[in-house]
Design a protein around this ligand. Structure first.
Ligand SMILES: CSC[C@H]1O[C@H](OP(=O)(O)O)[C@H](O)[C@@H]1O
Ligand SMILES: Nc1ncnc2[nH]cnc12
Length: 293
């Protein structure tokens, strides 16, 4: 797959408000089975301006699954099995900065992971691996997203730290203020462990965080409500679809593997030797880590 001989396949993980992709040809929803359980939904396969694309609505069609119950491992494993080489995540977030008002798109480059109730690795007892997360998003894919946004007339800020909270409740004011002191830019509930698992699966990962609200720290926005979020979300979602449409043809013909190292993240990451390996775990990792096992 990501061995220098394959063609790029663009995966899109659609967050709140993005449950489908316009303009696909050869469109088909297909069930992809994973040894890690059920993904959030079927995957939508199609071509967008000649580029192979696979779409997954993160919370399922109809927004059925809350953040803590998302099977992130099944979602990423299914994407890998579908041949996806680059994932673009689009997500709704709250803003932690005055100068990132609702409607702003942020091309995230760092995360602080405050989640605690999720499976965060494909690896475990019987096959231990440690990948680098120093640079959790793919610079090459983020460059493309930045170019596409400029072409589509979408204002997108390059770089920003996304605080990932467990949810599903929104933050307390003290938490929101703490995250601001930490210098975070936006807050959401889903990009971790998604980004960690994409790295383990050797898939490029870029994230566009679409601001829907100012979170509760802001003097004019005492409490976050779903009603207020959904209003902004629907406008953001239209621009997210335009962004995807502009990004897709730019992916065509790109080299796999990515020069930034995403497709070789497991080189030198696995520490468990032959006889210490658990055969059943190794079998489950056929898609994620087959290249190095
Ligand atoms: C609908 S507001 C809260 C919800 O929206 C975000 O989801 P996603 O990242 O999938 O767009 C946020 O993380 C929460 O899950
Ligand atoms: N303020 C907020 N906190 C967490 N997740 C969000 N998603 C959208 N707005 C959010």
């Amino acid at each position: 797959m990501a061995d220098g001989t394959s063609t790029p396949v663009l995966g899109i993980i659609g967050g709140s408000g993005v449950y489908d992709i316009d303009g696909l040809t050869n469109k088909e929803w297909r069930t992809v089975e994973s040894p890690f359980g059920a993904p959030s939904d079927q995957l939508l396969f199609g071509d967008l301006d000649g580029q192979k694309l696979v779409f997954l609505p993160r919370h399922g069609r109809g927004h059925r699954i809350p953040p803590s119950e998302l099977n992130f491992r099944a979602n990423i494993d299914a994407m890998k099995r579908a041949g996806v080489t680059e994932i673009l995540s689009v997500s709704a977030v709250g803003s932690l900065k005055e100068d990132l008002p609702p409607g702003t798109f942020v091309i995230v480059d760092q995360f602080i992971d405050r989640t605690f109730a999720r499976n965060k690795s494909f690896f475990g007892t019987g096959l231990v691996a440690h990948v680098s997360m120093a640079h959790p998003t793919c610079e090459r894919l983020s460059d493309l997203v930045e170019q596409a946004a400029a072409e589509a007339g979408i204002v997108a800020v390059r770089g920003g730290t996304y605080l990932v909270m467990e949810g599903p409740q929104f933050s307390t004011k003290a938490e929101s203020e703490l995250y601001r002191q930490w210098g975070c830019d936006v807050i959401g509930m889903t990009n971790m462990p998604e980004a960690k698992l994409a790295r383990e699966a050797e898939i490029c990962y870029a994230s566009v965080a679409m601001v829907t609200d100012y979170d509760c720290w802001h003097p004019d926005h005492d409490a976050v409500t779903v009603d207020a979020i959904v209003k902004v979300l629907l406008e953001n979602a239209d621009r997210a679809r335009l962004l995807v449409k502009t990004v897709a043809p730019k992916v065509t013909g790109r080299s796999v593997p990515c020069a930034k190292g995403c497709h070789t993240a497991l080189d030198n990451a696995i520490i468990t030797h032959g006889e210490g390996r658990d055969a059943s775990l190794v079998a489950c990792l056929d898609a994620v880590a087959g290249r190095v096992l």
